[in-house]
Design a protein around this ligand. Sequence first.
Ligand SMILES: Cc1cc2nc3c(=O)[nH]c(=O)nc-3n(C[C@H](O)[C@H](O)[C@H](O)COP(=O)(O)O)c2cc1C
Length: 155
Amino acid sequence: MIIIYFSQSGTTKAAAEQLHSVLNVPIYQIEPVKAYPADFSELAEVTKLEVAKQVQPDLKRMAIDLPEDHKIILGFPTWRHQPPMLIERFFAVNDLKGQQIFPFTTSSDDLIGKSLPFLNDWAGQAQATIGNGGTLNSQTEIERFAKEVISVDQD
Ligand SMILES: Cc1cc2nc3c(=O)[nH]c(=O)nc-3n(C[C@H](O)[C@H](O)[C@H](O)COP(=O)(O)O)c2cc1C
């Protein structure tokens, strides 16, 4: 199992690091080639255009191998009620065939359910599957998700 995440302003990163310390599995941050603007209104504009034009931003080359047990925890912020388009890129450029992906998001209020239709679509095209997900906006949810993933891992 591995934790792979994208985080723009650090919240998803903090949740991913907590999972990492509980689960004791490798952790890897995916990054866009071209950094997103730090300014909120510029970022809002860029992300709006990405969705409108269905742009998948390029990612820095992954410096890791995907896990042999085929289990990936994938974290991202919810942007515009869905995963960032960069996550679609992640599905498009990696060989994820047979991987089971446990998604989590951090958000201001949207639950992971908002992102699931997108993830299921992208995973389907990559011949991967989406497993249990979480909205890790609280300590309680981080702990619940960690326990859930541990129990799946022991199946
Ligand atoms: C451009 C942008 C769009 C966002 N859209 C949503 C949204 O649709 N729903 C939501 O609940 N939160 C939304 N948020 C809030 C982020 O999901 C939240 O702050 C998240 O924890 C940021 O994670 P990060 O620090 O790892 O980047 C948005 C934030 C940004 C910057």
